[in-house]
Design a protein. Structure first.
Length: 254
């Protein structure tokens, strides 16, 4: 009597449908900021409804792109952006590589920020160009203070006269997209739609966390990051050493 799919427990369902597991797990971790080990047997029905809404929003963009390409080129067949030609047979491997690539890009981005101690510098505006310098002093009319962490750090840090508020994820993405556009580059439409949806889910944490989405009240981003990072993670020792060196550098800032 246990032959129908709806009669099986969720772990057997996810064993058959790995794509659903990845989709639901990414949403759960983004929505709650929790641990994969605490992934529930089944999520609240509102979570599934939001997943479907986001999926339709993304595919609405991808389908329009596909239709325009199909009609403009009059090609015999076409497929969605960021999708393999044969989704049924190659989909799992394709999306596994896509996730691995995004993970590698994120690690490289974090490494670049760590190189000049920008990562975890919450209350300061990093300045590495003339445009950034001009924008920093425009924040409060130049009433703040510039700090240097040493001659080997190719970055100045501007502390405005008033404390900086924690920016929202959607605000950060819009700033990044605007910067890319101003420098002559542009995100792919499907990628931008996906990132926008991801940031919206991330920002929705504020509803259940008293207006916070990353840090607890009175907590720094460094403490929040280290609290969430598993000690079994291979990179934990690297970030731990960086956090200690970051604090030491700021103690001697001039």
């Amino acid at each position: 009597n246990n032959k129908l799919l709806y009669q099986r427990p969720s772990f057997e369902y996810y064993d058959l449908f790995r794509g659903a597991l990845v989709e639901h797990m990414i949403y759960y971790l983004t929505k709650t900021g929790g641990d994969a080990r605490m992934f529930p047997e089944t999520m609240p029905v509102q979570f599934y409804a939001e997943i479907y809404d986001m999926r339709f929003k993304i595919y609405n963009v991808l389908q329009r792109r596909k239709r325009l390409e199909h009609t403009s080129t009059l090609s015999r067949e076409s497929h969605h952006d960021f999708h393999p030609h044969d989704l049924e047979h190659d989909g799992e491997a394709h999306f596994a590589k896509l996730i691995a690539r995004e993970s590698a890009v994120t690690e490289l981005t974090a490494g670049r920020l760590m190189g000049n101690y920008i990562l975890f510098s919450d209350s300061y505006v990093p300045v590495q160009s003339g445009a950034a310098f001009y924008k920093a002093i425009q924040m409060d009319g130049g009433k703040g203070t510039f700090y240097s962490l040493g001659s080997d750090v190719h970055c100045l840090f501007y502390k405005p006269a008033e404390a900086l508020a924690m920016p929202d994820p959607t605000e950060c993405f819009q700033s990044l997209a605007d910067h890319a556009t101003m420098t002559g580059r542009r995100f792919e439409v499907g990628y931008a739609a996906t990132m926008e949806v991801f940031c919206e889910v991330l920002e929705s944490r504020k509803e259940g966390l008293g207006g916070c989405w990353l840090t607890a009240p009175g907590e720094s981003s460094r403490d929040a990051f280290m609290r969430r990072l598993k000690k079994s993670d291979p990179s934990y020792a690297i970030y731990e050493a960086y956090a200690a060196e970051h604090a030491e550098r700021w103690e001697g800032a001039k």
